[in-house]
Design a protein around this ligand. Structure first.
Ligand code: GAP
Length: 580
């Protein structure tokens, strides 16, 4: 029996959705090329995302380069920690994800091998006598190593300036944060979005668009004041979300269907901001055609969390029995902005003006360097800095006659009178806040793949099996197929005239005059075209055309003069076919 994935791959290639890249040269794993239908579907998914998460929320959208200098990924932590567990077969040289081999082995009860040490995973491979999936030779004894997934390159000739293809679009947003803050007039909260390509040298890419080496992300970095900003939870409070929490996963419990409000009140989702995005996104997935019976939000297990995240939920959709991550909703805290501030020396915070100046007491020091210098020599200025920090963090430490500070692990005792400790009363007009980041990060290719898989149907029409993609009109690559019943008697000319009018109204239209009318309908059904228009002999008499609905195959007649307006209303969901 053909699997869902195989059926999809066949349809995708035959009808121009996507195909493996560089086929004539033997192909290259992890790279796919979108054909005309796939590119249009992808563009429509991106447009729907932009509409929902950027335009309607009033956020900014930027477009950063895909290659960045090494310093960016040193600061972000990707250079050190963006790794997967690699095991190589000594016999055939094939590379495998060591954690996946362990998790997928029938005798293994390990669900999260990524959380284990490399040596422990190597031991499990030996204990379970796991063989190389490529050649069948045992992998026991082979080391498990960290493999960094970033593609490395050199910027300019020579190797003096190493760079990397970005593994996530997010860093292009974080690294220029001071500029975005300025454009936002230093007022939190604000969001910066980006849709673009990212690159991950996956150890074992999968067939289809699920695990690619070049992928498209649609990411939103929402910068919020952790002390005062709250999400507009009331907008999504009643949305029911299917939640598969860590405890539910650990106890093999079912997915819980809770409203967003219940999820927050019961503490199932810790961050209100993350909960807000789970609600907002659930409605959006439905809108673009993800089947809600094959959808859930799964919380990351502790060992699964990325180096930057304190909590993370994934939107997952089932295809072919596998649950695939569509989107990661992470609470990144101030991790990225702190790192870029520390590595670049620039300011990655916003100055938040108070409504009115406030009077505060501030502890300061004015160390007597003529005493500290001779006493501490080369370390004197570091001791003075440590005293200033201590005064700010713990003024009570200066209550006695001496105070102790640590510099590079060494402890220094200083007489309080030498420190020049004082408490001043000052007026402050505002404060520096390093925003926290809430990040919904969508994978566009996985969305395209899921929407295709979930919209595939088979039914029977005129005694024959019909295959169709029941895509929502908003994302369907073509909105209308226009056919003349015959290629004569002026029917084709009238149909072409209508095509021009429909395109001018902003509709995606395909003209087809080849073969029997039934075959033309089937072709459009298979690429998910929601409406077909046929120009027939009645059109020449009364200037009406037949409009056919893809899913029901029902037909009705519409005046040609009203056609563009009617089809735009159908595409935008302002009218339903039944109403016509
Ligand atoms: N900035 C956060 C981030 O990149 P992620 O969970 O690693 O988080 C976000 O990736 C999304 O990108 C995933 O939910 C998934 O949809 C998509 N994605 C990640 N790796 C992918 C791959 N190798 N192939 C296709 N899509 C991928």
């Amino acid at each position: 029996m053909t699997s869902e994935g195989e059926r999809l791959a066949e349809l995708a290639k035959r009808r121009g959705f996507f195909t493996g890249t560089a086929g004539p040269y033997g192909g290259v794993a992890g790279f796919y090329t979108y054909g005309p239908q796939g590119a249009a579907l992808k563009d429509n998914v991106e447009a729907a995302w932009r509409d929902r998460f950027v335009t309607r929320e009033g956020h900014m959208e930027i477009s950063a380069p895909t290659i960045m200098p090494e310093a960016v990924f040193d600061a972000s932590g990707h250079l050190q920690t963006f790794t997967d567990m690699l095991v190589e077969c000594a016999d055939c040289g094939a590379s495998h994800r060591a954690d996946h081999l362990v998790e997928d082995h029938p005798d293994s009860d390990v669900e999260d091998a990524e959380a284990l040490a490399n040596e422990a995973v190597a031991e499990l491979i030996a204990d379970h006598e796991i063989a190389c999936p490529a050649c069948g030779e045992p992998l026991a004894g082979e080391p498990v190593e960290d493999f960094n997934l970033m593609f490395a390159t050199n910027i300019g000739p020579g190797d003096a300036s190493p760079g990397y293809l970005r593994p996530e679009t997010a860093q292009g947003i974080f690294v220029e944060f001071p500029q975005w803050a300025e454009y936002a007039r230093n007022q939190l909260p604000f969001g910066v979005a980006q849709i673009g390509r990212a690159y991950r040298n996956e150890i074992s890419p999968r067939r289809g668009l699920i695990r690619l080496r070049e992928l498209i992300q649609a990411e939103l970095e929402h910068f919020v004041d952790p002390d005062t900003d709250e999400p507009p939870l009331e907008r999504v409070a009643d949305v029911v979300v299917p939640l598969y929490s860590v405890p539910a996963q650990q106890h093999d419990d079912a997915v819980a269907a809770l409203t967003v409000q219940e999820a927050v009140d019961e503490g199932v989702v810790e961050s209100d901001w993350v909960a807000f995005y789970l609600g907002l996104s659930k409605r959006w997935y439905e809108r673009i055609g993800v089947d809600m019976d094959r959808f859930r939000y799964r919380q990351h297990l502790p060992g699964e969390l990325s180096h930057y995240a304190s909590d993370c939920w994934d939107a997952e959709a089932e295809v072919d029995g596998d649950w695939n991550e569509l989107t990661g909703f992470a609470y990144r805290g101030s991790y990225d902005l702190d790192k870029h501030a520390a590595h670049s020396g620039e300011t990655y915070s916003v100055f938040k003006q108070y409504d009115e100046p406030v009077t505060v007491e501030r502890a300061t020091v004015d160390p007597d360097m003529s005493v500290l210098g001779p006493e501490f020599g080369a370390d004197a200025s570091a001791v003075a800095t440590a005293l200033a920090e201590l005064a700010e963090d713990d003024p009570d430490a200066f209550d006695g006659t001496t105070v102790t500070v640590a510099v590079d692990g060494e402890r220094y005792e200083v007489a309080v009178e030498t420190a020049g400790f004082a408490v001043e009363t000052v007026q402050e007009s505002g404060e520096h806040v390093t925003p926290h980041v809430v990040e919904p990060s969508f994978g566009v290719d996985r969305l395209v793949y899921t929407v295709l898989a979930h919209s595939y149907r088979e039914d029977e029409v005129d005694g024959e099996t019909r295959r169709l993609l029941s895509l929502p009109p908003e994302v369907a690559p073509t909105t209308v197929g226009v056919f003349p019943l015959m290629d004569r008697d002026g029917l084709a000319d009238r149909a072409r005239e209508l095509v021009g009018q429909l395109r001018a109204a902003g509709l995606e239209v395909s003209y087809d005059d080849s073969g029997a009318i039934g075959r033309r309908y089937r072709r459009q059904d298979e690429i998910g075209t929601p409406f077909c228009v046929t120009v027939d002999y009645d059109t020449l008499e009364d200037d009406t055309v037949t409009v056919r609905d893809r899913d029901s195959t029902d037909q009705t007649r519409v005046e040609a003069a009203e056609l563009a307006k009617t089809l735009v209303a159908l595409r935008d969901g302002e009218r339903s076919f039944d109403e016509l």
